[in-house]
Design a protein around this ligand. Structure first.
Ligand SMILES: C[S@@+](CC[C@H](N)C(=O)[O-])C[C@H]1O[C@@H](n2cnc3c(N)ncnc32)[C@H](O)[C@@H]1O
Length: 307
């Protein structure tokens, strides 16, 4: 018997409402989630995100297994893979390759948008359009003509455009390198990346209005990406904190590993709590700053008497 997508969407929303990292008090986000049909954005054939024992990723074909496809789509923690090896692996069976595009999991996107906290009418720049699903959630909040979204992969960008047009959403999708942003559409009130970086690209900070918010997953020595929320100063710098642990695919231009010290991480980052780190980024370099070590009572007395 076919499962109803509306029923699954409602159930998924209930699960996310109960989760600590769910909608929080952002009722607009719950409304957007319930309004946007996620199934409209997923391709007919997707790969399950964890490999089988033989190392291959199973394909879920909507035409063959419609219920499994829909259930996977509405599992809050599941990102379904829509592209491998930048499109070199055809979606015609179990596959193997680098995971290069997806429809992000509902859970992570809700978390991202809750921290982004866009307001109606604000101008938003999104980097890494993918299927256009996140873009659609954003567009239902900020309104027509308010979003510029950049996707580097031409086939993916075309599909996203069609997906968004199909729902009558007025969004400007650009095929190009999101690391460069889109100065002509700025300055932006909010900038959000749904792929991760090792270094925050300077054009994003340059295109953020003073007081604007930049949210991006940053590769970290903690074995995951950290979601960084920066406030723009209006002079090409931004400062803020890490707000969540996440895992995203990397921006194409930032796939190459680089030493963390070169990327502004303190040597002792791994022994710090990620929640206590501060992040500063700007034209000179990014810096992740650990809090000064707390002195014991005996140490502070000794320091005091030495002064
Ligand atoms: C995790 S997917 C985004 C999924 C999207 N949030 C969704 O739910 O459909 C990341 C996307 O970033 C794109 N990407 C990678 N490097 C990029 C770049 N330099 N500029 C723009 N997009 C890029 C990939 O092609 C991929 O589609």
């Amino acid at each position: 018997m076919p499962i109803n997508a509306d029923t699954l969407r409602n159930r998924c929303a209930e699960e996310m409402a109960a989760a600590a990292r769910g909608f929080g008090d952002a009722s607009w986000l719950r409304d957007s989630f319930l309004t946007v049909p996620r199934e409209h954005f997923a391709p007919t054939r997707v790969w399950w995100p964890s490999p089988r024992e033989d190392g291959l990723y199973s394909l879920i074909d909507r035409d063959e297994r419609p219920n499994a496809w829909l259930k996977a789509l509405y599992s809050p923690g599941v990102a379904l893979i829509t592209q491998m090896d930048d499109g070199l692996v055809p979606p015609d069976g179990p596959g193997k390759g680098a995971l290069t595009s997806s429809i992000s999991s509902s859970g992570v996107i809700i978390e991202l948008l809750r921290h982004l906290a866009p307001e109606p009418g604000e101008r938003v720049l999104e980097l890494g359009t993918g299927t256009g699903y996140t873009t659609a959630l954003l567009a239902t909040r900020t309104g027509p003509g308010s979003i510029v979204s950049i996707e580097i992969d031409p086939v993916t960008a075309d599909r996203a455009r069609q997906n968004l047009d199909g729902l009558g959403l007025d969004v400007h999708v650009i095929t190009g390198d999101g690391e460069l942003g889109h100065p002509a559409g700025g300055p932006y009130d909010r900038i959000v990346a749904t792929a991760s970086v090792r270094q925050i690209p300077q054009p994003w900070l340059d295109q953020l209005r003073p007081g604007g918010v930049l949210l991006a997953p940053l590769d970290s020595p903690f074995g995951c990406d950290l979601l960084v929320r920066l406030t723009g100063a209006g002079d090409g710098t931004g400062h803020g904190t890490c707000v969540a642990q996440v895992d995203f695919m990397r921006f194409r231009g930032q796939r190459e590993p680089r030493p963390y010290a070169e990327l502004g991480w303190p040597e002792n980052a791994r022994v710090e709590r990620w929640q206590d780190l501060r992040v500063e980024a700007g034209p000179h370099r990014q810096q992740i700053i650990a809090p000064a070590p707390r002195l014991s009572l005996a140490q502070s007395r000794a320091e005091g008497s030495a002064a």
